[in-house]
Structures are given as C-alpha cells and as structure tokens.
Design a protein around this ligand. Structure first.
Ligand SMILES: [Zn+2]
Length: 539
C-alpha cells in the first residue's frame, strides 16, 4: 500500500489488524511509523531535543509554532526551527489550536501562524484548526465547518511546496460529524490526516469512545493516508490506537506526568510516593532507586521521571511493531486490555467493528493463534473463517449431517474415524455415504472435514477446559450453520469429558452417540428420537 503526493509519501511494509509499520517520507526526512513524537515546549525543556536524539534515538518531534513565535519570534525565523531546537530529525510544528482549547482564544489569525510556520520551515505543519473538545452537537458542527473553511483557506495561503501539511479532523464524540469531517478533509490536499480532540476523552478513561472515534475516522478516509492521533501517548493505550490504524502520535504526557510525580508503565500509571521499587529496565531506573528518586529536588526528579516515562512509551512502540511483524497484535491487545477495566471495555467494543476489522486486516497469515477468552472470537482470523464457513454451507443439500466431538478438537484419529463410520452406517444405513461429516472445533463451530486443513483450524491454541461463554458462542454458531443444512443430525463423541460437557444440556437436534475408541458404546441414545430422525431421512 502506498500514498504519494508532492509533499509526502507513505508506504506500508507490514500490517496486522489495521495496524501497520510504514515509512513516512517528506521532502527532506524519512521516518518509520508507528512513531511517537515527543512534544517539546521550547520555553520549558525538561529534556533537550539533542538528548532526545542522542540518548533516546528520537527521530521526530513536535513543537508549538504559536509558543515558538511568542518566545523566539525573529530569532526562530533567522535560524529556522531545526537549528533553533538543535535537532536534525523530522520536526512537526503544531499551530496553537490546542492552546486555544485549553486556555481560551489565542491572539493570532491563521495567516499569521501559517506564514510563521513557513518562515521557520518545519518538515510538517498543522493549520489553525478549531478543536471540538467537549462541545455539544451544535457547537461541534461549527468547529467542523470552521476547520474545513480554514483548511481551504490554508491551501490558498501556502507558498512553500516542501512542507507536508496535516489536515485535522474534528467532530469529537459526535460520530456523524466526525465522519463528515473525515470525508471532507480526505478530499483536500493534506498528505497526513489527524484525529483531533481525543485528549478530553482519554483523560476520563473513555477508551471505548476513543475506539468509536478512531474507527469512524478510518471508515471515512482512504486507508493509504497516514493518520495522526493528537495528544495520545500513554503506553497502556498505544497498542489499541495502532491496531485501529493510527500511525503517528504526539504527547506531552511523559513530561507533564513527570512534574506530577507520576511514573508511566504499559499497565497504567503509578504515583512515585507509593513506589518501593522502579519496575523497569531503562537506563534511568537501573541507575537509581525509588527512595533516591523521592529524595531529589523537584527539577532533577521531574527530569528523571520524564526520562523513564519516555523510555516506557518508546519501548511500548517497539513491542507493538514487533507484534505487528509476528502477526500477534491481537494477543498484545488481550494483555493490555487487562491493565484497566476501561481498556477491557474498549477491547470488547471491537466486537462491534469485527466485520470492518476483518475486511481490512491481512489474510496471508499462517502462524498459530492464542485463544484467551470470548473477546478473541472477534479477531479477524476467526471472523474470516466463519464467513467462509457460512458461504461453504450455503445451499448445501445433504440427507443428514454427522458431527464429531473429539479431543483434541477437530483432530479425529484414524481409529476413532473407523468406529464413527461403523456407528454412522448402522444408524443411517447406506445413506451414511452421502452425509456431510463435520467436526466440532471451538471456538469456530462445526467445520466440514474438507476444511480442517484451512487456516486457522488446527492452529488455534485453546485451553482444554473451555469456558461457558466460548461453548455458548461456538454452539450458537454451529446451530446457525446446521440449521441451513437441515436437522437430520447425529452427534458422535469420543466419550471424553470435554466432548460430553459440550453436548450435555445443549439442545443439539438428533441422537447423541458415543463411538469410543475401544468399543462401541451407545450412551444417552433414545430410540424414539432416532426413529423420528430415520423417518425424516427416508421420507
Ligand atoms: Zn524506567
């Protein structure tokens, strides 16, 4: 997948779920994504840009053009933003819209801030949009319309051809407005799109709403266009944002949290005052202890905490990238969803978008899947196989169906098959040859024998002691499939406790027969049920 405009190009190298590893190339710089741009406040440097480059390997950062103009003015124009910051990597300048959201109006017009950005020559610039924030629907509509008007105005004001401009998408939690804003911004010449206003949602742990916002945006923009998520940089939620298709992040959280003595981890945030240990292997944490940190003066303490927070965030980005390469991003989400109930809620909310995630996630996979629980039922590989099963069994005409329940699931041994065949023959007579034979494979459902070699059947590592929710979902889907074929069904089990558990108390139509590996052993067989089944078959 590749996007190319005159100011920037974006190329995707690896993909998993909607997450991707790609290269963003501007006129002068090239960076790998997903990446987090640390926010630099030029008047209050907790870590210098040079340190970010040399100690942390940061290749891209973001600073605020409004604050740079206020603080440095002409000096910034003379030096240019790279020399002013002493940073050779990719520099993004934000416009000051966020300051307007936080502190009310800012005293600059779009033309002034755009001209200034062109004068200091960043690699990527942002127009002066109007963040939706917490606005009600009427106000939100105005922010969307005004942002689009300014996007059009900015296109006319731009003079340079060597700055890639970000087109901000507003609308916030008003998803219809957000979708409209995303579609409109996609039509305009902005090589990078950005979802605005997520901070107000994240500060209240409304991650489920954030899922709705990101998916709505992705549904309304071209998949090849890189997407920036403004103001998101906590390691505990980055995997979700990446898995839903965000490529760039910026965050001041590493520094802001540090000033409040907060220590970031991928499992959440800890207060320094409650810490006895520093549970991290970064250079800062290996060189000091929790009590040493507590005893430092406020400036040095903030500096060390900011260093750790940034390490923790950058480390999480690396873990996410590695998970994408391995095709195990979903497994990472499973783990991160246990960091906070709000993240688990967000993870479960992915079920609502299972079809969309399946359509846009890669299909060329072959590795095994770890099934941890009911949320995994929505992962793209399982949704895709079930769609295939649904198509395969459409319009299929068979006199009867045999479903095999064996342990391990979906892997009947030759000895068992021999016994099962004998049992089926005895019950169905000569018509057993025309029966459709299926195996029960949780969590997928009943799978025809011909599809047992198809991915991901046989590649799902699942606990042998199935939980009730998984049984319920697998049986429900099986019944949907079996209902299409007809109800002339016999179920044959190997007599294992798990197989018995699945059949016990579930309303499977037709007789249940146990074809033991050692002897034919008919259990729970009701003559009248079978007679009725046979009558149906013969009629
Ligand atoms: Zn650390």
């Amino acid at each position: 997948m590749r996007f190319q405009s005159c100011e920037a190009a974006f190329e995707v190298k690896h993909k998993d779920v909607l997450g991707r590893i790609g290269y963003l190339t501007t006129c002068r710089k090239r960076i790998e994504t997903p990446t987090l741009l640390p926010v630099i406040n030029p008047s209050k440097l907790v870590l210098t840009p040079k340190e970010l480059d040399e100690k942390f390997g940061v290749r891209a950062l973001i600073t605020n053009a409004y604050l740079v103009k206020k603080r440095f003015g002409q000096e910034a124009i003379e030096k240019g933003i790279h020399r002013l910051l002493d940073f050779e990597g990719l520099v993004v300048t934000d416009s000051g819209a966020y300051q307007a959201l936080r502190y009310g109006r800012i005293d600059m017009q779009q033309k002034e801030i755009l001209d200034f950005q062109e004068a200091i020559h960043p690699d990527v610039g942002v127009i002066l949009d109007v963040p939706t924030g917490n606005s009600d629907a009427n106000q939100a509509k105005l922010t969307v319309e005004e942002t689009i008007r300014r996007a059009d105005e900015a296109v006319k004001l731009r003079r340079r051809k060597d700055i890639a401009w970000i087109g901000p998408i507003q609308g916030g939690t008003h998803l219809d407005l957000l979708g409209f804003s995303a579609r409109e911004m996609s039509k305009r010449p902005y090589p990078i799109l950005a979802l605005g206003s997520p901070t107000v949602v994240m500060e209240r742990y409304r991650y489920r709403t954030l899922v709705d916002m990101i998916v709505t945006t992705k549904m309304n923009i071209p998949p090849s266009r890189p997407l920036h998520l403004f103001g998101a940089g906590h390691p505990s939620m980055l995997s979700f944002a990446v898995a839903l298709g965000c490529d760039l992040f910026d965050s001041a959280a590493y520094a802001l949290f540090a000033y409040e003595d907060r220590y970031m981890t991928e499992d959440g945030t800890l207060k320094l005052e409650n810490m006895e240990y520093l549970p991290c292997g970064c250079p800062t944490c290996t060189k000091s202890t929790a009590s040493e940190l507590k005893s430092l003066g406020p400036d040095e303490r903030a500096r060390r905490l900011a260093s750790h927070n940034l390490w923790a965030t950058l480390l999480e980005i690396k873990k996410i990238k590695q998970a994408i390469c391995e095709g195990r991003l979903w497994e990472l989400l499973e783990r991160r969803s246990r960091a906070h109930p709000a993240l688990l809620e967000a993870f479960r909310a992915l079920g609502k978008y299972a079809g969309f995630l399946e359509r846009h996630s890669p299909s060329n996979k072959s590795h095994g899947i770890f099934y941890y629980g009911i949320e995994s039922i929505y992962r793209p590989e399982i949704v895709r196989f079930r769609k295939r099963l649904d198509r395969y069994t459409r319009g299929i005409a068979k006199p009867c169906t045999i479903v095999l329940f064996t342990q391990p699931w979906g892997q009947p041994s030759e000895a068992f098959m021999e016994n099962a065949k004998a049992v089926a023959k005895r019950y169905l007579g000569p018509s057993y040859k025309d029966a459709l034979t299926m195996a029960f494979v949780p969590p997928l459902g009943t799978v025809p024998m011909e599809l047992l070699d198809v991915y991901p059947v046989g590649k799902i590592a699942i606990s042998s002691d199935l939980d009730e929710e998984t049984i319920y979902e697998a049986v429900k889907f099986s019944r949907k499939i079996l209902a299409k074929i007809g109800h002339n069904l016999i179920t044959i089990t190997d007599g294992s406790p798990q197989a018995e558990k699945i059949l016990k108390g579930r309303a499977w139509p037709g007789p249940k027969v146990t074809a033991n590996l050692f002897k034919e052993d008919i259990e729970g067989y009701k003559q009248n049920t079978f007679e009725r089944t046979r009558e149906k078959i013969s009629s």
